[in-house]
Each structure stands twice: as C-alpha cells, then as structure tokens.
Design a protein around this ligand. Structure first.
Ligand code: FES
Length: 69
C-alpha cells in the first residue's frame, strides 16, 4: 500500500490522494464522493468547505511554496 500524499497546490487547494478519512473536529465523518482523492480548500473562500469549489481562482488566492521558475 502506498502512502497517502497531500499536495499543496500553488495558489490553490490541498490535493489529497490515497486512503484517508475526513472527519469534523467532533469526529463526525464527512462524505467524500470522490473516493480516494479530495481537493480541500486552502483559501477559506469555498462555499463547499472543507472542499474546494474553485473560488480561489475568482479571489486570486496566492500562496506558492515552490520556488519561482
Ligand atoms: S482553495 Fe479552492 S476554493 Fe479555496
């Protein structure tokens, strides 16, 4: 079994791929219809939190951890 990977997308979401369980702080499961992958909001503006709905593009969210190319 390979490890679950969380990729911090440049100017976007967290992309999670692999086996994981998403729950609230209180332990309530959050249904992830995409199975073993999810895009989680990092900008705080999504209307479908904790999932990304693409709003980061509209608000021009900027956060790059990779060095400039
Ligand atoms: S990261 Fe995509 S809506 Fe927040």
């Amino acid at each position: 079994m390979s490890a679950t990977v969380i990729t911090v997308k440049n100017d976007g979401s967290y992309y999670v791929k692999g086996d994981f369980t998403l729950v609230t702080e209180g332990g309530t499961p959050i249904v992830n219809e995409d199975g073993q992958e999810a895009w989680l909001c990092r900008c705080g503006q999504s209307s479908t939190k904790p999932f990304c709905d693409g709003t980061h593009r509209k608000v021009k969210f900027q956060s790059r951890l990779d060095p400039p190319v």
